[in-house]
Design a protein around this ligand. Structure first.
Ligand SMILES: CC(C)(COP(=O)(O)OP(=O)(O)OC[C@H]1O[C@@H](n2cnc3c(N)ncnc32)[C@H](O)[C@@H]1OP(=O)(O)O)[C@@H](O)C(=O)NCCC(=O)NCCS
Length: 192
């Protein structure tokens, strides 16, 4: 099986939406709604697809956000979603998509990429807890260890502060988790 990672075209959008829906289940529709709203705006940075024999089997998107640092607002990126079609999971495709992110994000001049996700998965791919770098989550409903960050070449020590999402994420209520899922995830991450 050969996996190609490439930038998404407009014609890929239906296939990307299908992968997201299959991977995320119930939440897939809201994620796809946010993607549709972001596309064609300055808040969307880049979407990558993973292709296997001409079939789109995975995707990752980077969109724009800010770090509210003491000195100024800093343009940063947010990774969301990362999705692999269920019948192609556990074959390293998610890892391949993540491996492409630092180069793409540095090409865009970003100093930091944030995401919300399981530290046990992302920790294997060079991500670490934002809190370890004096970086604050935009909501207490993101369990602290789940606010993950990738520090890139352009990162400088003064770049500390709170991550601020554009309002499109809030309008779809896609920032963090809500109970009872929040409480369940916190218990698996040993968060008080
Ligand atoms: C998370 C996801 C993108 C991983 O894609 P993938 O192609 O299966 O990933 P890889 O093959 O590179 O890695 C698979 C490994 O990661 C592990 N893994 C996947 N999700 C994990 C999680 N949440 N926590 C810990 N480990 C996880 C798998 O168990 C597997 O481990 P193994 O190799 O020891 O068996 C995919 O499972 C997916 O689309 N999930 C649904 C959507 C989602 O949750 N996206 C992430 C939102 S933050």
């Amino acid at each position: 099986m050969t996996i190609d990672i490439r930038e998404a075209d407009d014609v890929d959008h239906p296939a990307l939406a299908a992968v997201v829906e299959a991977a995320f289940g119930e939440q897939g529709a809201s994620v796809n709604d946010v993607m549709a709203r972001l596309r064609g705006t300055e808040d969307m940075a880049v979407e990558l697809v993973a292709e296997s024999d001409g079939e789109v089997v995975g995707c990752v998107a980077l969109s724009r956000a800010w770090l509210d640092a003491r000195e100024r607002l800093v343009d940063v990126l947010v990774l969301s979603p990362l999705a692999v079609a269920p019948d192609h999971q556990r074959q390293g495709i998610g890892g391949r998509l993540l491996a492409a992110v630092p180069g793409v994000a540095e090409g865009l001049g970003a100093p930091l990429v944030f995401l919300e996700g399981d530290p046990r998965y992302y920790g294997r791919h060079g991500w670490s807890a934002a809190s370890a770098h004096d970086l604050e989550r935009p909501s207490r409903r993101i369990p602290e260890p789940a606010c993950q960050v990738l520090l890139l070449r352009e990162h400088e020590p003064w770049m500390t502060g709170r991550l601020v999402y554009p309002d499109v994420w809030w309008r779809s209520d896609l920032v963090g988790l809500r109970d009872p899922e929040l409480a369940e995830i916190e218990s698996t991450l040993n968060v008080d």
